[in-house]
Design a protein around this ligand. Structure first.
Ligand code: NAD
Length: 543
Protein backbone atom coordinates (compact mmCIF):
# COMPACT_ATOMS: atom_id res chain seq x y z
CA UNK A 1 0.00 0.00 0.00
CA UNK A 2 1.32 3.45 -0.87
CA UNK A 3 1.38 5.83 2.06
CA UNK A 4 2.92 8.81 0.33
CA UNK A 5 4.10 10.15 -3.01
CA UNK A 6 7.81 9.84 -2.48
CA UNK A 7 10.48 11.98 -4.15
CA UNK A 8 13.40 10.00 -5.57
CA UNK A 9 16.93 11.31 -5.01
CA UNK A 10 17.85 13.84 -7.72
CA UNK A 11 20.13 11.95 -10.12
CA UNK A 12 23.61 13.22 -10.76
CA UNK A 13 26.12 11.89 -13.27
CA UNK A 14 28.73 9.76 -11.57
CA UNK A 15 32.06 11.66 -11.62
CA UNK A 16 34.69 9.90 -13.75
CA UNK A 17 37.74 8.96 -11.69
CA UNK A 18 41.12 9.85 -13.17
CA UNK A 19 43.26 6.76 -12.38
CA UNK A 20 46.27 9.04 -12.55
CA UNK A 21 49.58 7.83 -11.05
CA UNK A 22 49.46 7.75 -7.26
CA UNK A 23 45.64 7.79 -7.04
CA UNK A 24 43.96 5.28 -4.73
CA UNK A 25 41.59 4.14 -7.50
CA UNK A 26 44.54 3.25 -9.73
CA UNK A 27 46.06 1.03 -7.06
CA UNK A 28 42.72 -0.58 -6.25
CA UNK A 29 41.76 -1.42 -9.83
CA UNK A 30 45.20 -2.81 -10.64
CA UNK A 31 45.23 -4.95 -7.47
CA UNK A 32 41.77 -6.27 -8.37
CA UNK A 33 42.80 -6.91 -11.99
CA UNK A 34 45.87 -8.89 -10.86
CA UNK A 35 43.86 -10.95 -8.41
CA UNK A 36 41.09 -11.69 -10.91
CA UNK A 37 43.31 -12.58 -13.86
CA UNK A 38 45.19 -15.19 -11.81
CA UNK A 39 42.01 -17.05 -10.95
CA UNK A 40 39.82 -19.27 -13.11
CA UNK A 41 36.21 -18.62 -12.23
CA UNK A 42 33.06 -20.57 -13.01
CA UNK A 43 30.04 -18.65 -14.25
CA UNK A 44 26.77 -20.53 -13.97
CA UNK A 45 23.56 -19.26 -15.52
CA UNK A 46 21.25 -17.35 -13.21
CA UNK A 47 17.68 -18.62 -13.13
CA UNK A 48 15.16 -17.99 -10.34
CA UNK A 49 17.90 -16.49 -8.18
CA UNK A 50 19.93 -19.71 -8.36
CA UNK A 51 23.23 -20.60 -9.99
CA UNK A 52 22.45 -23.12 -12.72
CA UNK A 53 25.05 -25.35 -14.34
CA UNK A 54 24.79 -27.58 -17.40
CA UNK A 55 26.91 -30.26 -19.09
CA UNK A 56 28.51 -27.84 -21.51
CA UNK A 57 30.86 -24.92 -20.97
CA UNK A 58 32.85 -22.36 -22.96
CA UNK A 59 36.09 -20.88 -21.74
CA UNK A 60 36.81 -17.16 -21.29
CA UNK A 61 40.12 -15.56 -22.28
CA UNK A 62 41.25 -11.95 -22.37
CA UNK A 63 41.30 -10.69 -25.98
CA UNK A 64 44.79 -9.29 -25.32
CA UNK A 65 46.08 -12.64 -24.02
CA UNK A 66 43.93 -15.28 -25.64
CA UNK A 67 45.85 -18.32 -24.44
CA UNK A 68 45.20 -17.42 -20.83
CA UNK A 69 41.96 -18.94 -19.54
CA UNK A 70 40.36 -16.85 -16.79
CA UNK A 71 37.05 -18.61 -16.51
CA UNK A 72 34.36 -20.77 -17.98
CA UNK A 73 30.63 -20.28 -18.32
CA UNK A 74 27.82 -22.77 -18.58
CA UNK A 75 25.75 -23.07 -21.74
CA UNK A 76 21.99 -23.35 -21.88
CA UNK A 77 19.99 -26.05 -23.56
CA UNK A 78 16.32 -25.67 -24.42
CA UNK A 79 15.17 -26.74 -20.96
CA UNK A 80 17.14 -23.90 -19.34
CA UNK A 81 15.43 -21.39 -21.61
CA UNK A 82 12.06 -22.88 -20.66
CA UNK A 83 13.00 -22.60 -16.98
CA UNK A 84 14.08 -18.98 -17.41
CA UNK A 85 10.75 -18.12 -19.05
CA UNK A 86 8.55 -19.96 -16.57
CA UNK A 87 10.42 -18.63 -13.57
CA UNK A 88 10.10 -15.07 -14.91
CA UNK A 89 6.37 -15.53 -15.37
CA UNK A 90 6.06 -16.90 -11.81
CA UNK A 91 7.86 -13.85 -10.42
CA UNK A 92 5.68 -11.45 -12.41
CA UNK A 93 2.73 -10.95 -10.10
CA UNK A 94 4.59 -10.04 -6.96
CA UNK A 95 7.19 -7.97 -8.86
CA UNK A 96 4.70 -5.84 -10.76
CA UNK A 97 2.66 -5.31 -7.60
CA UNK A 98 5.63 -4.18 -5.55
CA UNK A 99 5.33 -0.47 -4.75
CA UNK A 100 7.45 1.82 -6.90
CA UNK A 101 9.51 3.04 -3.94
CA UNK A 102 10.60 -0.51 -3.18
CA UNK A 103 11.37 -1.37 -6.80
CA UNK A 104 13.23 1.93 -7.22
CA UNK A 105 15.27 1.40 -4.05
CA UNK A 106 16.71 -1.84 -5.46
CA UNK A 107 18.12 -0.08 -8.53
CA UNK A 108 19.31 2.95 -6.56
CA UNK A 109 21.13 0.58 -4.24
CA UNK A 110 22.61 -1.25 -7.24
CA UNK A 111 23.96 2.11 -8.50
CA UNK A 112 25.65 2.82 -5.16
CA UNK A 113 27.11 -0.70 -4.97
CA UNK A 114 28.76 -0.14 -8.36
CA UNK A 115 29.91 3.35 -7.35
CA UNK A 116 31.49 1.89 -4.20
CA UNK A 117 32.34 -1.71 -3.33
CA UNK A 118 31.91 -3.19 -6.83
CA UNK A 119 33.57 -0.42 -8.83
CA UNK A 120 37.03 -1.92 -9.13
CA UNK A 121 35.60 -5.41 -9.76
CA UNK A 122 33.26 -4.39 -12.59
CA UNK A 123 36.00 -2.23 -14.13
CA UNK A 124 38.65 -4.96 -13.83
CA UNK A 125 36.25 -7.53 -15.34
CA UNK A 126 35.59 -5.20 -18.28
CA UNK A 127 39.34 -4.61 -18.72
CA UNK A 128 40.12 -8.34 -18.62
CA UNK A 129 37.44 -9.87 -20.81
CA UNK A 130 36.43 -6.97 -23.09
CA UNK A 131 39.94 -5.50 -23.23
CA UNK A 132 39.04 -1.93 -22.26
CA UNK A 133 41.61 0.51 -20.94
CA UNK A 134 40.88 1.61 -17.40
CA UNK A 135 39.41 4.90 -18.66
CA UNK A 136 37.12 3.13 -21.15
CA UNK A 137 36.05 0.67 -18.44
CA UNK A 138 35.41 3.49 -15.94
CA UNK A 139 33.23 5.55 -18.32
CA UNK A 140 31.27 2.44 -19.30
CA UNK A 141 31.03 -0.25 -16.60
CA UNK A 142 31.08 2.15 -13.66
CA UNK A 143 29.85 5.63 -14.66
CA UNK A 144 27.44 4.96 -17.51
CA UNK A 145 25.87 2.01 -15.76
CA UNK A 146 25.44 4.01 -12.53
CA UNK A 147 23.94 6.88 -14.55
CA UNK A 148 21.49 4.58 -16.33
CA UNK A 149 20.27 3.25 -12.98
CA UNK A 150 19.98 6.64 -11.25
CA UNK A 151 18.47 8.57 -14.15
CA UNK A 152 16.04 5.85 -15.14
CA UNK A 153 14.62 5.85 -11.61
CA UNK A 154 13.92 9.58 -12.08
CA UNK A 155 12.45 9.03 -15.58
CA UNK A 156 10.15 6.24 -14.38
CA UNK A 157 8.95 8.53 -11.60
CA UNK A 158 8.27 11.24 -14.19
CA UNK A 159 6.36 8.75 -16.35
CA UNK A 160 4.19 7.68 -13.42
CA UNK A 161 3.54 11.33 -12.60
CA UNK A 162 2.36 12.10 -16.12
CA UNK A 163 -1.43 12.08 -15.75
CA UNK A 164 -4.35 13.39 -17.80
CA UNK A 165 -6.54 16.28 -16.64
CA UNK A 166 -9.66 15.55 -14.65
CA UNK A 167 -12.62 17.61 -13.52
CA UNK A 168 -15.15 17.48 -10.71
CA UNK A 169 -17.31 14.92 -12.54
CA UNK A 170 -14.66 12.34 -13.23
CA UNK A 171 -11.14 11.43 -12.26
CA UNK A 172 -8.90 10.23 -15.14
CA UNK A 173 -5.95 8.13 -14.18
CA UNK A 174 -3.30 6.45 -16.30
CA UNK A 175 -1.78 3.34 -14.87
CA UNK A 176 1.55 2.45 -16.48
CA UNK A 177 1.28 -1.32 -16.54
CA UNK A 178 4.28 -3.50 -17.35
CA UNK A 179 3.88 -5.55 -20.53
CA UNK A 180 1.72 -8.63 -20.32
CA UNK A 181 4.09 -11.60 -20.45
CA UNK A 182 7.89 -11.52 -20.18
CA UNK A 183 10.49 -9.48 -22.04
CA UNK A 184 13.79 -10.51 -23.65
CA UNK A 185 17.07 -8.57 -23.41
CA UNK A 186 19.79 -9.45 -25.95
CA UNK A 187 22.95 -7.48 -25.35
CA UNK A 188 26.25 -6.76 -27.15
CA UNK A 189 29.84 -7.30 -26.06
CA UNK A 190 31.01 -3.72 -26.26
CA UNK A 191 29.35 -1.97 -23.31
CA UNK A 192 28.94 -3.49 -19.84
CA UNK A 193 26.55 -0.60 -19.10
CA UNK A 194 24.30 -1.41 -22.06
CA UNK A 195 24.24 -5.07 -21.07
CA UNK A 196 23.06 -4.26 -17.55
CA UNK A 197 20.74 -1.47 -18.62
CA UNK A 198 18.80 -3.38 -21.25
CA UNK A 199 17.63 -5.85 -18.63
CA UNK A 200 17.37 -3.40 -15.70
CA UNK A 201 15.44 -0.65 -17.49
CA UNK A 202 12.62 -3.04 -18.39
CA UNK A 203 12.61 -4.64 -14.93
CA UNK A 204 12.38 -1.22 -13.28
CA UNK A 205 8.92 -0.76 -14.81
CA UNK A 206 7.71 -4.04 -13.33
CA UNK A 207 8.59 -6.32 -16.25
CA UNK A 208 10.16 -9.74 -15.80
CA UNK A 209 13.16 -10.50 -17.97
CA UNK A 210 15.06 -13.24 -19.74
CA UNK A 211 18.53 -11.86 -20.47
CA UNK A 212 20.98 -13.25 -22.99
CA UNK A 213 24.34 -11.48 -22.75
CA UNK A 214 26.95 -11.71 -25.49
CA UNK A 215 29.38 -14.65 -25.12
CA UNK A 216 32.16 -12.06 -24.99
CA UNK A 217 30.64 -10.18 -22.05
CA UNK A 218 29.68 -13.00 -19.69
CA UNK A 219 32.63 -12.24 -17.36
CA UNK A 220 31.36 -8.75 -16.46
CA UNK A 221 27.72 -9.93 -16.71
CA UNK A 222 28.49 -12.08 -13.66
CA UNK A 223 29.38 -8.95 -11.67
CA UNK A 224 26.15 -7.28 -12.80
CA UNK A 225 24.19 -10.27 -11.51
CA UNK A 226 26.10 -10.21 -8.19
CA UNK A 227 25.21 -6.52 -7.84
CA UNK A 228 21.49 -7.05 -8.58
CA UNK A 229 21.41 -9.92 -6.12
CA UNK A 230 23.06 -7.91 -3.37
CA UNK A 231 20.77 -4.97 -4.12
CA UNK A 232 17.82 -7.24 -3.31
CA UNK A 233 16.31 -7.94 -6.72
CA UNK A 234 13.76 -10.71 -6.08
CA UNK A 235 14.43 -14.14 -7.59
CA UNK A 236 13.10 -14.68 -11.09
CA UNK A 237 12.85 -11.00 -12.08
CA UNK A 238 15.99 -11.09 -14.25
CA UNK A 239 17.19 -14.50 -15.45
CA UNK A 240 20.45 -14.86 -17.40
CA UNK A 241 21.06 -17.66 -19.90
CA UNK A 242 24.24 -18.09 -21.94
CA UNK A 243 25.14 -19.95 -25.08
CA UNK A 244 23.92 -20.56 -28.62
CA UNK A 245 22.18 -17.27 -29.45
CA UNK A 246 20.01 -18.72 -32.17
CA UNK A 247 18.74 -21.69 -30.19
CA UNK A 248 18.02 -19.51 -27.14
CA UNK A 249 16.32 -16.80 -29.18
CA UNK A 250 14.22 -19.23 -31.22
CA UNK A 251 13.01 -20.83 -28.01
CA UNK A 252 12.17 -17.44 -26.48
CA UNK A 253 10.36 -16.20 -29.58
CA UNK A 254 8.26 -19.36 -29.71
CA UNK A 255 6.62 -18.52 -26.39
CA UNK A 256 3.13 -17.05 -26.57
CA UNK A 257 4.03 -14.94 -23.51
CA UNK A 258 6.88 -13.14 -25.31
CA UNK A 259 5.99 -9.44 -24.98
CA UNK A 260 9.07 -7.43 -25.99
CA UNK A 261 12.62 -7.45 -27.31
CA UNK A 262 15.26 -5.02 -26.03
CA UNK A 263 18.20 -5.55 -28.36
CA UNK A 264 21.54 -3.89 -28.97
CA UNK A 265 23.92 -5.37 -31.50
CA UNK A 266 24.45 -5.66 -35.22
CA UNK A 267 21.89 -4.73 -37.86
CA UNK A 268 21.89 -8.21 -39.43
CA UNK A 269 21.02 -9.94 -36.18
CA UNK A 270 18.31 -7.38 -35.36
CA UNK A 271 16.79 -7.87 -38.81
CA UNK A 272 16.65 -11.62 -38.20
CA UNK A 273 14.80 -11.00 -34.92
CA UNK A 274 12.28 -8.73 -36.61
CA UNK A 275 11.56 -11.38 -39.26
CA UNK A 276 11.14 -14.19 -36.71
CA UNK A 277 8.84 -12.09 -34.56
CA UNK A 278 6.83 -11.24 -37.68
CA UNK A 279 6.44 -14.83 -38.67
CA UNK A 280 5.36 -15.85 -35.12
CA UNK A 281 3.03 -12.88 -34.70
CA UNK A 282 -0.23 -14.79 -34.55
CA UNK A 283 1.10 -16.95 -31.68
CA UNK A 284 1.59 -14.07 -29.27
CA UNK A 285 -0.93 -12.99 -26.70
CA UNK A 286 -0.03 -9.34 -27.29
CA UNK A 287 1.87 -7.42 -29.98
CA UNK A 288 5.49 -7.48 -28.79
CA UNK A 289 7.39 -4.20 -28.47
CA UNK A 290 10.59 -4.26 -30.51
CA UNK A 291 13.49 -1.98 -29.66
CA UNK A 292 16.83 -2.39 -31.37
CA UNK A 293 19.90 -0.16 -31.37
CA UNK A 294 22.18 -1.44 -34.09
CA UNK A 295 25.16 -0.65 -36.33
CA UNK A 296 26.70 2.58 -37.50
CA UNK A 297 28.99 4.13 -40.08
CA UNK A 298 29.67 7.30 -38.21
CA UNK A 299 31.15 10.33 -39.92
CA UNK A 300 33.34 13.34 -39.29
CA UNK A 301 32.90 16.23 -41.71
CA UNK A 302 35.58 18.90 -41.57
CA UNK A 303 34.95 22.22 -43.31
CA UNK A 304 37.81 24.40 -44.51
CA UNK A 305 37.06 26.81 -41.65
CA UNK A 306 37.75 24.09 -39.04
CA UNK A 307 40.84 24.06 -36.85
CA UNK A 308 42.99 21.14 -38.16
CA UNK A 309 44.17 20.26 -34.66
CA UNK A 310 40.58 19.97 -33.45
CA UNK A 311 39.76 17.77 -36.44
CA UNK A 312 42.73 15.45 -35.90
CA UNK A 313 41.93 15.10 -32.18
CA UNK A 314 38.32 14.24 -33.03
CA UNK A 315 39.64 11.56 -35.39
CA UNK A 316 42.19 10.09 -32.99
CA UNK A 317 39.77 9.92 -30.10
CA UNK A 318 36.62 9.27 -32.11
CA UNK A 319 38.00 6.50 -34.31
CA UNK A 320 40.54 4.66 -32.19
CA UNK A 321 39.45 4.67 -28.56
CA UNK A 322 38.35 1.15 -27.58
CA UNK A 323 39.79 0.06 -30.92
CA UNK A 324 36.91 1.62 -32.85
CA UNK A 325 34.47 -0.82 -31.24
CA UNK A 326 31.93 1.76 -30.13
CA UNK A 327 28.80 1.84 -32.23
CA UNK A 328 29.38 5.60 -32.36
CA UNK A 329 33.06 5.37 -33.41
CA UNK A 330 34.06 7.62 -36.31
CA UNK A 331 34.89 5.45 -39.30
CA UNK A 332 34.47 7.72 -42.32
CA UNK A 333 35.87 11.20 -42.69
CA UNK A 334 35.16 13.91 -45.26
CA UNK A 335 37.95 16.43 -44.96
CA UNK A 336 38.39 19.69 -46.86
CA UNK A 337 41.36 19.69 -49.24
CA UNK A 338 42.55 23.02 -47.76
CA UNK A 339 43.17 21.53 -44.31
CA UNK A 340 43.79 17.84 -45.09
CA UNK A 341 47.60 17.92 -45.07
CA UNK A 342 47.70 19.47 -41.64
CA UNK A 343 45.01 17.11 -40.31
CA UNK A 344 46.88 14.12 -41.75
CA UNK A 345 50.23 15.11 -40.23
CA UNK A 346 48.58 15.64 -36.84
CA UNK A 347 46.87 12.23 -36.88
CA UNK A 348 50.12 10.53 -37.94
CA UNK A 349 51.88 12.33 -35.08
CA UNK A 350 49.13 11.27 -32.61
CA UNK A 351 49.27 7.66 -33.75
CA UNK A 352 53.06 7.55 -33.39
CA UNK A 353 52.66 8.45 -29.73
CA UNK A 354 50.01 5.81 -29.06
CA UNK A 355 51.04 2.54 -27.48
CA UNK A 356 49.13 -0.69 -27.84
CA UNK A 357 49.05 -3.66 -25.47
CA UNK A 358 47.40 -5.05 -22.38
CA UNK A 359 45.03 -2.76 -20.41
CA UNK A 360 47.00 -3.77 -17.31
CA UNK A 361 49.67 -1.34 -18.53
CA UNK A 362 47.80 1.91 -18.04
CA UNK A 363 49.96 3.78 -20.54
CA UNK A 364 48.33 1.86 -23.42
CA UNK A 365 45.68 3.85 -25.33
CA UNK A 366 44.83 0.94 -27.61
CA UNK A 367 44.29 -2.67 -26.54
CA UNK A 368 42.99 -5.74 -28.40
CA UNK A 369 39.84 -6.23 -30.49
CA UNK A 370 37.25 -8.53 -29.01
CA UNK A 371 37.79 -11.93 -30.65
CA UNK A 372 39.37 -13.83 -33.50
CA UNK A 373 36.52 -13.53 -35.98
CA UNK A 374 36.42 -9.79 -35.46
CA UNK A 375 40.22 -9.60 -35.84
CA UNK A 376 40.07 -11.64 -39.08
CA UNK A 377 37.29 -9.47 -40.49
CA UNK A 378 39.20 -6.25 -39.78
CA UNK A 379 42.41 -7.75 -41.22
CA UNK A 380 40.53 -8.62 -44.42
CA UNK A 381 39.41 -5.01 -44.90
CA UNK A 382 42.99 -3.83 -44.34
CA UNK A 383 44.41 -6.40 -46.79
CA UNK A 384 41.86 -5.44 -49.44
CA UNK A 385 42.76 -1.78 -48.96
CA UNK A 386 46.46 -2.54 -49.33
CA UNK A 387 45.80 -4.44 -52.54
CA UNK A 388 43.77 -1.60 -54.07
CA UNK A 389 45.76 0.96 -56.04
CA UNK A 390 43.15 3.63 -55.32
CA UNK A 391 43.50 3.30 -51.56
CA UNK A 392 46.45 4.61 -49.58
CA UNK A 393 47.35 3.40 -46.10
CA UNK A 394 48.25 6.69 -44.44
CA UNK A 395 48.97 5.22 -41.02
CA UNK A 396 48.94 1.81 -39.34
CA UNK A 397 47.91 -1.22 -41.38
CA UNK A 398 49.55 -3.99 -39.38
CA UNK A 399 47.98 -6.59 -37.15
CA UNK A 400 49.12 -9.54 -35.08
CA UNK A 401 47.11 -12.21 -33.29
CA UNK A 402 49.93 -14.29 -31.85
CA UNK A 403 49.31 -13.21 -28.24
CA UNK A 404 46.23 -11.02 -28.41
CA UNK A 405 44.00 -9.71 -31.18
CA UNK A 406 45.96 -6.54 -31.86
CA UNK A 407 45.20 -4.29 -34.82
CA UNK A 408 47.18 -1.11 -35.28
CA UNK A 409 45.06 2.04 -35.55
CA UNK A 410 44.74 2.46 -39.28
CA UNK A 411 44.00 5.50 -41.44
CA UNK A 412 43.01 4.91 -45.06
CA UNK A 413 42.72 7.53 -47.78
CA UNK A 414 40.41 6.77 -50.69
CA UNK A 415 39.84 8.30 -54.11
CA UNK A 416 36.37 6.79 -54.36
CA UNK A 417 33.98 8.15 -51.71
CA UNK A 418 31.89 5.01 -52.17
CA UNK A 419 34.77 2.63 -51.49
CA UNK A 420 33.63 -0.31 -49.34
CA UNK A 421 35.23 0.96 -46.11
CA UNK A 422 33.30 4.24 -46.53
CA UNK A 423 30.03 2.28 -46.52
CA UNK A 424 30.29 -0.85 -44.36
CA UNK A 425 30.63 -1.14 -40.59
CA UNK A 426 34.04 -2.69 -39.84
CA UNK A 427 33.90 -2.34 -36.05
CA UNK A 428 37.62 -1.98 -35.56
CA UNK A 429 40.31 0.72 -35.44
CA UNK A 430 40.06 1.61 -39.13
CA UNK A 431 39.11 5.11 -40.28
CA UNK A 432 38.74 5.95 -43.97
CA UNK A 433 39.07 9.50 -45.27
CA UNK A 434 37.83 11.06 -48.48
CA UNK A 435 39.30 14.47 -49.25
CA UNK A 436 36.81 16.74 -51.01
CA UNK A 437 37.46 19.78 -53.11
CA UNK A 438 36.13 22.87 -51.32
CA UNK A 439 33.93 23.76 -54.28
CA UNK A 440 32.20 20.36 -53.87
CA UNK A 441 31.00 20.97 -50.33
CA UNK A 442 27.30 20.57 -51.18
CA UNK A 443 27.95 17.38 -53.13
CA UNK A 444 29.84 16.07 -50.11
CA UNK A 445 26.81 16.63 -47.90
CA UNK A 446 24.79 14.52 -50.28
CA UNK A 447 27.45 11.79 -50.22
CA UNK A 448 27.39 11.67 -46.44
CA UNK A 449 23.63 11.36 -46.44
CA UNK A 450 23.33 8.71 -49.12
CA UNK A 451 26.41 6.50 -49.18
CA UNK A 452 25.56 4.20 -46.24
CA UNK A 453 22.40 2.64 -44.89
CA UNK A 454 23.25 3.72 -41.33
CA UNK A 455 22.36 6.92 -39.46
CA UNK A 456 23.76 6.65 -35.95
CA UNK A 457 26.25 9.42 -35.16
CA UNK A 458 28.08 12.13 -37.05
CA UNK A 459 30.08 15.28 -36.41
CA UNK A 460 30.75 18.53 -38.22
CA UNK A 461 33.78 20.67 -37.42
CA UNK A 462 33.61 24.24 -38.71
CA UNK A 463 34.09 27.78 -37.45
CA UNK A 464 31.74 29.31 -39.99
CA UNK A 465 28.28 29.55 -38.37
CA UNK A 466 26.45 29.59 -41.71
CA UNK A 467 28.12 26.31 -42.56
CA UNK A 468 27.12 24.79 -39.23
CA UNK A 469 23.51 25.81 -39.84
CA UNK A 470 23.52 24.47 -43.38
CA UNK A 471 25.09 21.12 -42.44
CA UNK A 472 22.81 20.64 -39.44
CA UNK A 473 19.79 20.99 -41.72
CA UNK A 474 21.15 19.02 -44.68
CA UNK A 475 22.15 16.08 -42.49
CA UNK A 476 19.01 16.06 -40.35
CA UNK A 477 18.31 12.38 -41.13
CA UNK A 478 21.92 11.21 -41.42
CA UNK A 479 22.53 10.76 -37.70
CA UNK A 480 20.44 10.33 -34.54
CA UNK A 481 23.25 11.89 -32.50
CA UNK A 482 24.81 14.87 -34.26
CA UNK A 483 27.83 16.68 -32.85
CA UNK A 484 29.01 20.19 -33.64
CA UNK A 485 32.74 20.78 -33.15
CA UNK A 486 33.24 17.54 -31.25
CA UNK A 487 33.94 13.87 -31.85
CA UNK A 488 30.88 11.71 -32.49
CA UNK A 489 31.38 9.40 -29.46
CA UNK A 490 30.91 9.67 -25.70
CA UNK A 491 27.16 10.17 -25.14
CA UNK A 492 26.35 10.68 -21.46
CA UNK A 493 23.10 9.50 -19.83
CA UNK A 494 20.83 12.41 -18.97
CA UNK A 495 22.73 14.71 -21.35
CA UNK A 496 22.82 13.13 -24.80
CA UNK A 497 20.08 10.48 -25.22
CA UNK A 498 21.50 7.95 -27.65
CA UNK A 499 20.30 6.17 -30.79
CA UNK A 500 19.90 6.37 -34.54
CA UNK A 501 17.37 5.52 -37.22
CA UNK A 502 17.53 3.98 -40.72
CA UNK A 503 19.57 0.74 -40.35
CA UNK A 504 21.00 1.96 -37.05
CA UNK A 505 17.93 1.06 -35.06
CA UNK A 506 14.51 2.03 -33.85
CA UNK A 507 15.98 5.21 -32.29
CA UNK A 508 14.31 4.77 -28.93
CA UNK A 509 17.07 6.74 -27.21
CA UNK A 510 18.66 4.73 -24.42
CA UNK A 511 19.19 6.84 -21.32
CA UNK A 512 15.94 8.76 -21.70
CA UNK A 513 12.26 8.56 -20.89
CA UNK A 514 11.53 7.73 -24.54
CA UNK A 515 13.10 4.31 -24.16
CA UNK A 516 11.31 3.53 -20.90
CA UNK A 517 7.94 4.39 -22.43
CA UNK A 518 8.36 1.38 -24.74
CA UNK A 519 8.20 -0.99 -21.75
CA UNK A 520 4.78 0.00 -20.46
CA UNK A 521 1.28 -0.65 -21.64
CA UNK A 522 -0.78 2.22 -20.23
CA UNK A 523 -4.30 1.63 -18.94
CA UNK A 524 -6.67 4.55 -18.66
CA UNK A 525 -9.08 4.46 -15.76
CA UNK A 526 -11.96 6.94 -15.80
CA UNK A 527 -13.93 7.10 -12.58
CA UNK A 528 -17.22 8.95 -12.69
CA UNK A 529 -18.39 10.32 -9.35
CA UNK A 530 -22.08 10.85 -9.97
CA UNK A 531 -23.13 8.17 -12.40
CA UNK A 532 -26.05 9.09 -14.71
CA UNK A 533 -29.29 7.22 -14.05
CA UNK A 534 -31.25 8.35 -17.12
CA UNK A 535 -30.15 7.82 -20.70
CA UNK A 536 -31.99 10.93 -21.97
CA UNK A 537 -29.89 13.98 -22.76
CA UNK A 538 -31.42 17.47 -22.27
CA UNK A 539 -31.58 18.11 -26.01
CA UNK A 540 -34.09 15.28 -26.36
CA UNK A 541 -36.72 17.21 -24.36
CA UNK A 542 -39.74 18.50 -26.30
CA UNK A 543 -39.94 22.30 -26.88
P1 NAD B 1 26.11 -9.01 -32.41
O1 NAD B 1 24.97 -8.64 -33.26
O2 NAD B 1 27.08 -10.00 -32.91
O3 NAD B 1 25.56 -9.62 -31.02
C1 NAD B 1 24.60 -8.94 -30.24
C2 NAD B 1 23.80 -9.96 -29.45
O4 NAD B 1 23.06 -10.76 -30.38
C3 NAD B 1 24.69 -10.93 -28.66
O5 NAD B 1 24.06 -11.24 -27.43
C4 NAD B 1 24.73 -12.14 -29.55
O6 NAD B 1 24.99 -13.36 -28.86
C5 NAD B 1 23.34 -12.14 -30.15
N1 NAD B 1 23.27 -12.86 -31.43
C6 NAD B 1 24.26 -13.02 -32.34
N2 NAD B 1 23.81 -13.77 -33.38
C7 NAD B 1 22.53 -14.07 -33.11
C8 NAD B 1 21.53 -14.81 -33.80
N3 NAD B 1 21.77 -15.39 -34.97
N4 NAD B 1 20.32 -14.92 -33.23
C9 NAD B 1 20.05 -14.32 -32.03
N5 NAD B 1 20.96 -13.62 -31.33
C10 NAD B 1 22.18 -13.49 -31.87
O7 NAD B 1 26.83 -7.66 -31.95
P2 NAD B 1 28.14 -7.46 -31.08
O8 NAD B 1 29.32 -7.89 -31.88
O9 NAD B 1 27.97 -8.02 -29.70
O10 NAD B 1 28.14 -5.87 -30.92
C11 NAD B 1 28.58 -5.03 -31.93
C12 NAD B 1 27.42 -4.47 -32.74
O11 NAD B 1 26.53 -3.81 -31.86
C13 NAD B 1 27.87 -3.42 -33.75
O12 NAD B 1 27.15 -3.58 -34.92
C14 NAD B 1 27.52 -2.11 -33.05
O13 NAD B 1 27.34 -1.03 -33.92
C15 NAD B 1 26.26 -2.48 -32.34
N6 NAD B 1 26.01 -1.61 -31.20
C16 NAD B 1 25.06 -0.64 -31.36
C17 NAD B 1 24.79 0.24 -30.31
C18 NAD B 1 23.75 1.32 -30.48
O14 NAD B 1 23.39 1.93 -29.49
N7 NAD B 1 23.28 1.58 -31.68
C19 NAD B 1 25.49 0.12 -29.11
C20 NAD B 1 26.44 -0.89 -28.98
C21 NAD B 1 26.68 -1.76 -30.03
Amino acid sequence: MSTGFFKVPTPINEPVKSYSPGSSERKEVLDTYKKMIKKTIEIPMYINGKDVKSDETNSISPPHDHKNIVGKYYLANESHVDQAISTALEAKESWENMSWENRAAIFLKAAELIAGPYRSKINAATMIAQSKTVHQAEIDAACEFIDFLRFNVQYVTDIYKNQPDSDSDAWNRVEYRPLEGFVYAVTPFNFTAIAGNLAASMAMLGNVVVWKPSDSQVYSAKIIIDVFKEAGLPDGVINAVYGDPEMISNKVLESSAFAGLHFTGSTTVFNSFWKKIGSNISNYKTYPKIVGETGGKDFILAHKSADPKEVSTAITRGAYEFQGQKCSAASRGYISKSIWNEVKENVIEDLKSISMGSPEDLSNFVTAVIHESSFDKIARYIDDAKADSKVKVVAGGSYDKSKGYFVEPTLLLVEDPNYVSMREEIFGPVMTVYVYDDKDFDKTLNLIDTSTKYALTGAVLAKDRNVIEKVTKALRNSAGNFYVNDKPTGAVVGRQPFGGARSSGTNDKAGSMLNLLRWVSPRLIKETFVTPKDYRYPFLAKD
